[in-house]
Design a protein around this ligand. Structure first.
Ligand code: F6R
Length: 611
């Protein structure tokens, strides 16, 4: 998704804006641009299709600017080209704007502006917004701030914007509704960005703008104001504790590879401090625990990988705590006739905390009086603010577009939540709870998965030319299969489908031939025998078989599988995590072998902040 960086201070803004845009590259984009105000109070705008490096080469270094806005665009309205890239200007060329989000009523506004003889240069909804601001500023006897407010009050949709005006060379205005913006504050310096990654290296003092808030920065001071009325609002300055390391690839070629390996530490980090005296502690839920423990029904809502974690969570909560759980894609939940009321708990899962559909689902649940719980990775994100309570996954910033470490930490949080519910509702014995919380041995075994990375690499090489893959698992491992297939699709562009292993006979089996590999997630559990039958069904149709199991020295599997990965034996629940890590590595090495950009797969964005 699009990214925004803006700076006002005493330093030269180009290096700050460029390094900020580089930090935002992980979100996915197709063009980039910068606008600065020079010492003659003129706008200097540079835009390029393609990478930030191309923008950098196109910038002239002959001037120093102390005020500038920059953007990476992920096309929604209009092709990805230089003309449609941001910043966009109004007709008078005094006002420049960068925008994340979508202006839904751009068409009637554009028609109105065209009737006022305003000419458009691009096909974007963003240009409509800046032209509307310009229209109010140039014709409405309004000052800069008033004209921004007047325009924003007339647009529907989502926006995170930063605006400059050459008549106000000391001023920068930012505003948000639905699309995140963060303000970083340092002595006489101000940083604005669509997430904290471009800001962390300069300051730890930040304000997460709330919906319908504006930051009006003027000379050396700033105000937080309302978009709806000309009133000042409190400045809620927070201290963030992000490590710059999260944005460094270290010895790895790709963030995704680094993040897969980080799971050795991120999984324990998600658990640390949350188990005490053989009990689960989830501080973020304590104020609402009496409502949560007596829930009659739970909905889990999320998108993509987080939705897969939700399916695993359903299995945990139903199994341990005997509460019925429905898992719905947030994009469906927001429009479905969901049966939610004040006795329903709605759990929203999101790595970024900014996914537009998940936020809409949360708002719907809040409006129906349900108690909303966020399971989220980013402190201060919209999900963490808009849910009533929540648990952070604490796995550090995830930069690779394909989610890896966030997925396994989400599973861990859901496991802890299910066990805590079971403990409170007395649906688990003390001995069983103790056994389930004795996770340390399992966690230590994660390291040994990476010892097999070379074997996984060889498997990747062997199958990288396949056009389709089938991923099959049962019970808890069905969502693991879905997630394995999603990882492969996203980064290798190979078509893959996940299915419950037994469902394969009801259709997908028609696809099987000698060129189609099937990946079985087959632990030695109560479904093992059934899975062996499914493997045989594929084998007899000449399909290639890759098996991930915890069954050591298994003669049957050795005989049936073309390729076998054996992970350490633990419990049923940890196996789902181990198998997920193997599937992440398999997808990664296939994509790497195909020479693809693993961290920034085509068409994908890290944080999907539009509907
Ligand atoms: C897949 C992936 C996406 C996200 C989805 C939800 O690797 O990253 O499917 O899981 O866009 O994102 P969050 O969890 O940030 O709400």
């Amino acid at each position: 998704m699009c990214g925004i960086v803006a700076y006002k201070g005493h330093k030269n803004c180009h290096p700050i804006l460029l390094s900020g845009l580089k930090r935002l590259e992980y979100r996915g984009y197709d063009s980039a641009g910068i606008a600065c105000i020079n010492s003659n109070d003129k706008l200097v705008v540079t835009k390029r299709k393609g990478k930030v490096s191309e923008l950098k080469s196109a910038l002239s270094n002959s001037e120093i600017y102390n005020l500038g806005i920059a953007h990476t665009r992920w096309a929604t309205h209009g092709k990805p080209n230089q003309l449609n890239a941001h910043p966009h200007l109004d007709q008078s060329k005094k006002i420049a704007l960068v925008h994340n989000g979508i202006i839904e009523n751009y068409d009637p506004i554009k028609k109105f502006l065209l009737s006022k003889k305003i000419k458009f240069k691009s096909e974007t909804d963003t240009e409509v917004l800046v032209q509307l601001i310009g229209y109010f500023y140039n014709n409405g006897k309004m000052n800069f701030e008033q004209s921004v407010r007047a325009a924003l009050q007339r647009v529907d949709g989502a926006f995170g914007i930063v605006i400059l005006n050459t008549d106000y060379p000391d001023m920068m205005i930012a505003a948000r509704k639905g699309s995140p913006l963060v303000l970083g504050i340092k002595e006489n310096e101000f940083f604005i960005a669509s997430d904290i990654s471009p800001i962390v290296k300069y300051t730890k003092d930040i304000i997460y703008l709330k919906d319908s808030e504006m930051a009006v920065i003027n000379k050396k001071s700033f105000k937080i104001k309302s978009v709806d009325k000309d009133i000042s609002l409190p400045k809620n300055i927070e201290k963030i504790d992000f490590k710059i390391d999260d944005y460094d690839k270290g010895k790895y070629k790709y963030f995704m590879h680094k993040e897969i390996h980080e799971q050795i530490n991120t999984i324990p980090n998600t658990i640390n401090g949350r188990i005490k005296n053989e009990s689960v502690l989830l501080q973020g839920l304590s104020d609402y625990w009496n409502i949560i423990e007596s829930a009659e029904k739970i909905y889990i809502t999320a998108c993509g990988t987080s939705w897969h974690a939700g399916l695993i969570g359903k299995n945990f909560i139903e199994r341990f705590a005997n509460i019925p759980v429905h898992v719905e894609y947030a994009s469906e939940f927001r429009y479905n006739h969901a049966l939610i009321d004040s006795k329903t708990i709605v759990i929203a899962i999101s790595q970024s905390g900014e996914t537009a559909d998940t936020l809409a689902a949360i708002r719907k649940a809040n409006n129906h009086g349900a108690l909303t719980i966020g399971i989220c990775n980013i402190a201060g994100s919209s999900v963490s603010r808009e849910t009533k309570c929540g648990v952070y996954t604490r796995c550090g910033h995830e930069v690779g577009v394909a989610s890896t470490k966030a997925f396994t930490s989400q599973i861990v949080v859901l496991y802890l939540l299910a066990l805590k519910l079971a403990e409170s509702r007395k649906t688990i014995s003390k001995e069983s709870l103790k056994r389930h919380l004795d996770y340390k041995k399992s966690v230590n075994k994660i390291k040994s998965i990476f010892k097999q990375e070379n074997d996984i690499k060889k498997i990747a090489k062997k199958y990288k030319k396949a056009n389709d893959f089938l991923y099959l698992g049962r019970g808890l491992n069905f969502p693991v299969a879905l997630e394995g297939a999603l990882k492969l699709k996203e980064i290798s562009y190979i078509h893959a489908e996940g299915y419950p292993a037994a469902e394969m006979k009801h259709g997908p089996i028609a696809l099987i031939d000698k060129d189609m590999p099937s990946v079985f997630i087959a632990p030695k559990d109560k479904t093992y025998e059934k899975i062996i039958s499914n493997i045989q069904e594929i084998k007899s149709r000449k399909g290639k078989i890759i098996v991930i199991t915890d069954s050591k020295n298994d003669k049957v599997l050795k005989e049936l599988a073309n390729d076998l990965i054996v992970v350490p034996k633990t419990n049923h629940y940890a196996f789902a995590i181990f198998a997920s890590i193997v599937l992440q590595l398999l997808a990664y090495h296939i994509a790497l072998d195909k020479n693809l950009n693993v961290d920034q797969p085509r068409n994908l964005a890290k944080s999907v902040s539009v509907e």
